[in-house]
Ligand binder design. Sequence first.
Ligand code: ZN
Length: 179
Amino acid sequence: MRGITPIDPTEPKKYAAAVSKLASLAVTDSAGGVAAAEVLLSLRNGYAWPASLTSLRSLDHHNLDAAVKAIRYSAQNNTDPRTVIENGDDIFDRIALTHPTLYRPLRAQDDFLNGAGQVELWVCPHCHRQRQRLQYPDWLKPAATAPWCEKYYDDDRHPEVDESDMVLTDVYTLVIERR
Ligand SMILES: [Zn+2]
């Protein structure tokens, strides 16, 4: 006799636990952190935050298990992962800010440079070194994501430049032919 597969009442809790486990890895700047961030951000909005299956190879056994559980539950229940953990919105914002280049328009330089991109030119007020950076969308651009002066690391005499000291001097369109 055919029947409906009974719903395992512990499934939502397992999903929440998997999301929580991946979230604590996703806020770290590491290969595993990138993979965990890809999975979580993609479960939230896969179009804006595409995930690569090969990056799953960066996960250890326990985190891979959590990723597969989360993917499976989300596919069957369409549950936004932000809603199943405490402070989900804040935590997901933090994950996005830790890995802004996972955002589709910034993701692959190749893709980005296929057409034209907006590039910002920042200048260090101390040594006047210039630094270019792809323009992040406004929602990814709090002061914390402003670039810093790379010369600070090379030169002991260079004062520590607070990120908010860097001066945005220009924004221009960069067009590079795809080879
Ligand atoms: Zn400098």
